[in-house]
Ligand binder design. Structure first.
Ligand code: CAA
Length: 381
């Protein structure tokens, strides 16, 4: 099916595919097995200007949108979900500044993010603030022209490798969601250190780190938006980045479907390729249909966001929910098509099943997506 991509979009998609096939596919099993973050592959994305896509033109970007970001993530995730999210989180970490940063911050940080010279991360989650994102315990106290941060952020993708991180901290406990503020914290700032890197079930080629702030002094000029706008910064950022996780789920599902289809054509049982059996043919038909439905939804929503839509929390949550639930379903079925071989590490589908699981959890669990959708449906009535 023709998805009506422009020549520029086709070029970007092909570039992402080329890097995925040439640089990622040969090493993905090893990265997964050893849990290695492949910095040299991330640098390939920078060299190919893929990190410029989602940065505005004025700051050395290509001024493209969520759509182009999603087609890149989809191609990368088709081969390796972990590397795909490591790329995607550079957009997540840049979006707070794109959306609510001031001119000085945009010039300083976005130009470096666009060139890929600086990697980024987004630090909202804490031990007791996962789904309940406003229940943040990390504090920031004003001291002259600085803010002093104390606390620990957990499960931060790109945490250890990011050169700057958006950190959401509590600046006034009495004000609830309006008592949170967003800060840009640079790597190497005194008082900012790393805890453990997580040992994960899937996406093992990505790095997930605990960030520790102990009397970490951050210049007041690094506040994104205004004091008290941290929750808004976080929510607006997630609205824009959640389709990217949908794209990650879709890409993982697509990779698993392709592998299962190939296998079903080659594997002979009872004297014929197993694809000839209705039990397998129907499974593949369902996988293909779900992927097609997810892709159509993702592409439509991403195009609509890029057309200048201002309120898209519901649609963004729907894409994330639908495409990541289908990722789980399709990868589980892909393992089933492979039978006993699917359970073994020599074949790629067990990894894809492990990689798919996190897409239903991070950037808001799929229960939280349903809650966002439900609250918006109620408001629409
Ligand atoms: N845009 C603008 N404003 C918004 C908003 C949005 N999308 N969502 C909420 N708000 C506003 C509300 O209108 C409300 O304003 P008023 O007080 O004026 O009415 C205020 O913010 C508070 O909203 P809620 O009452 O809805 O807030 P809540 O505390 O009930 O939480 C939530 C809402 C949607 C559950 C939110 O906490 C949430 O999104 N949780 C999930 C967190 C999450 O996604 N974490 C992901 C971490 S990043 C990550 O995972 C990256 C990675 O590793 C790859």
């Amino acid at each position: 099916m023709d998805y009506l991509l422009t020549d520029e979009q086709k070029m970007i998609k092909n570039l992402a595919k080329k890097i995925a096939e040439e640089k990622m596919r040969p090493v993905r099993a090893e990265l997964d097995e050893k849990g290695i973050f492949p910095m040299e592959i991330i640098k390939e994305f920078a060299k190919a200007d893929l990190m410029r896509t989602y940065i505005p033109k004025e700051y050395d970007g290509l001024g493209l949108g969520v759509f182009e970001l999603c087609i890149i993530i989809e191609e990368l995730a088709r081969v390796d979900g972990g590397v795909a999210v490591s790329f995607a989180v550079n957009a997540l970490g840049s979006f707070p500044i794109v959306i609510m940063g001031n001119e000085q911050q945009k010039k300083k940080y976005l130009t470096k993010a666009a060139s890929g010279e600086w990697l980024t991360a987004f630090a909202l989650t804490e031990a007791n603030a996962g789904s309940d994102a406003s229940n943040i315990a990390t504090t920031a106290v004003k001291d002259g022209d600085h803010w002093v941060l104390n606390g620990t952020k957990q499960f931060i993708t790109n945490g250890r490798v990011a050169d700057f991180t958006t950190v959401i901290a509590q600046t006034d406990k009495t004000k609830g969601v309006r008592g949170l503020t967003a800060f840009i914290v640079e790597k190497g700032t005194p008082g900012f250190t790393y805890g453990k890197d997580e040992h994960k079930m899937g996406i093992r080629s990505s790095v997930t780190t605990e960030l520790v702030f102990q009397d970490c002094r951050v210049p007041a000029e690094n506040v994104i938006g205004a004091e008290g706008q941290g929750f808004l910064v976080a929510m607006k950022t997630l609205d824009k980045s959640r389709p990217g996780i949908g794209a990650q789920g879709l890409g993982i599902a697509w990779g698993a479907y392709e592998a299962a289809l190939l296998y079903a054509k080659q594997r002979v049982q009872f004297g014929q390729p197993i694809i000839n059996f209705q039990g397998i043919g129907f499974m593949l038909a369902d996988m293909a249909t779900q992927i097609e439905a997810g892709r159509n939804m993702l592409y439509n929503v991403a195009r609509w966001i890029d057309s200048g839509a201002t309120k898209y929390s519901k649609e963004s949550a729907m894409v994330k929910l639908y495409c990541t639930d289908l990722a789980m379903k399709v990868t589980v079925d892909a393992v089933q098509v492979f039978g006993g071989y699917g359970y073994m590490k020599e074949y790629p589908v067990e990894k894809m099943m492990r990689d798919a699981k996190i897409t239903q959890i991070y950037e808001g669990t799929n229960q939280i997506q349903r809650s966002v959708i439900a609250s918006n449906i109620v408001k629409d009535v």
